[in-house]
Design a protein around this ligand. Structure first.
Ligand SMILES: O=C(O)CCC(=O)C(=O)O
Ligand SMILES: [Fe+2]
Length: 470
């Protein structure tokens, strides 16, 4: 109740001096953002699409009335034996609810925090802090296992820097949509590194972990110009992540989305969806780390030269309300509840250039004290409370973290081996639980989104002499 009262007081304070007609000037997208972001009045989820609710998922082969959403097929998820019911919107958005198994969700969380959010992959913190070479998360883990005070992480700023950016959420900059024809001029734009913030202080790794907002994948992204910085070279795209995304794209019956028939979107140009199973090859992306109260403002992802190629987005941790609109903010967005393990694919010319946002990312909205229905009782799934019981035992072969069937040819055998050979003793169970604890603790107030994109058509080399007229 205290939470509700506080939210109400804050609501009264912030709206008190607001002109009565101010919301009349909001675009439908802005109005939806305001509605789902507000802590008061209590969130009403009745209009939010939740594909795990039975009444939507049982309508196989038909449009869910009035929504323009079509059930496509049951598709194989990851890991083996896991399946999802694929849905599509008539814009080209594909939803794969519960596509990623709990085991693979665990693997991805560990990968995102421990292996990926560190040098050489750029994070939002690199501009402002001298980060430890082993990575922020590993430094945090080390500090948890010792009583000795480890060295503080110091700011990068020196007295002569002015500091224009902070370690906070991403700034929004209007940018030109990338295409093969303007690529050279976009490349020529100066891309200075951001100024280190002069206001940040030395802190412990554990204090800095909640300030982690993003880690770059693949091609380097320049936030100042909102363009890729190709001369910096192409960073690594984790092979397991790439396989997972390919698996998602290859699972979708694209002819039902973009071909002829009920619910299909009108074709475009060369209809490149017909060859995505050969040409889809992600080369960039971002891991977004959200903390309680964080939101992601409405934006369009327009920096990729491939303006139609699938963008695969994987949700982990707490749930979020994702708003997907149209080519302008005047299109009223559809609010979708994204839960851990859900995958969405934005594809085709309408969806790839559609406004979208994350209006609400956080556990507060499931809090009964603010009167929200029990359906969101706990948006952090139970499986994150414990380490996964069946770790991959074939460490030598797979590095311990198998993700897709394609990677593990003997998936069934492997599953059987893991199940029967893994008889952990109490000490091993305790050790696993202890190792998982920092992840569990982090996830309580967090959501991780792994957003994987294809910047260039397969085989296209930036800077090659003919690319402006291809
Ligand atoms: O977190 C999400 O669900 C969306 C992230 C996104 O739109 C982006 O990184 O461009
Ligand atoms: Fe986006």
């Amino acid at each position: 109740m205290a939470t509700l009262k506080k939210a109400r007081r804050q609501h009264i304070r912030t709206t008190k001096n607001r002109k009565n007609d101010v919301d009349a000037t909001w675009t439908p997208f802005r109005a939806a953002e305001k509605k789902y972001k507000a802590r008061y009045p209590p969130l009403d989820l009745t209009g939010v699409l939740d594909l795990t609710r039975e009444e939507t998922t049982t309508r196989v082969g038909t449009s869910s009335e009035g929504t323009g959403i079509y059930t496509l097929a049951t598709v194989p998820g990851v890991f083996y034996g896991y399946s999802s019911t694929a849905h599509s919107f008539d814009t080209g958005l594909v939803l794969l609810p519960s596509f990623v198994s709990p085991q693979v969700q665990h693997t991805l969380v560990r990968w995102a925090l421990r292996d990926h959010a560190r040098h050489p992959n750029e994070t939002n913190l690199d501009a402002h802090y001298v980060l430890p070479p082993e990575g922020l998360w590993n430094a945090h883990l080390a500090s948890l296992s010792t009583d000795t005070q480890l060295p503080l992480i110091v700011p990068k700023a020196s007295e002569c820097t002015t500091g224009t950016s902070t370690a906070g959420p991403r700034a929004l900059t209007a940018n030109d949509a990338a295409s093969k024809t303007n690529l050279l001029s976009l490349q020529a734009l100066p891309k200075p590194p951001p100024d280190p913030s002069p206001t940040v202080h030395a802190c412990t790794p554990s204090e800095l972990v909640p300030k982690l907002r993003w880690a770059n994948i693949g091609w380097s992204y320049h936030w100042g110009t909102k363009q890729y910085d190709f001369p910096k070279g192409r960073g690594h795209v984790d092979a397991r992540l790439r396989d997972l995304c390919r698996h998602a794209v290859n699972s979708v019956p694209w002819e039902k989305v973009f071909g002829e028939g009920e619910g299909s979107v009108e074709g475009w140009g060369d209809d490149d969806w017909r060859t995505w199973n050969e040409t889809y090859d992600p080369d960039a992306g971002i891991v977004n780390f959200y903390q309680t109260k964080d939101t992601l403002m409405a934006h369009v992802d327009r920096s990729e030269v491939c303006a139609t190629s699938p963008l695969v987005s994987i949700s982990l941790g707490n749930a979020a309300i994702f708003l997907i609109g149209g080519l302008t903010r005047d299109v009223e967005p559809v609010p979708i509840l994204l839960r851990s393990g859900d995958v969405i694919i934005m594809s085709g010319p309408a969806c790839r250039r559609a406004y979208h946002a994350d209006a609400h990312i956080h556990p507060l909205f499931h809090d009964e004290r603010i009167g929200v229905p029990r359906i969101l009782d706990n948006t952090l799934p139970e499986h994150f409370s414990y380490p996964h019981e069946q770790p991959c035992t074939r460490t030598a072969e797979h590095g311990g973290d198998c993700v897709t069937e394609c990677e593990c040819k003997n998936a069934d055998l492997h599953g059987a081996t893991a199940a029967s050979a893994f008889h952990p003793d109490a000490a091993a169970v305790m050790a696993e639980a202890k190792a998982w604890e920092p992840y569990r603790s982090y996830l309580k107030n967090a959501r991780i989104n792994v957003n994987v994109r294809q910047v260039f058509p397969k085989g296209f080399v930036p800077g090659a002499s003919d690319h402006h007229d291809r």
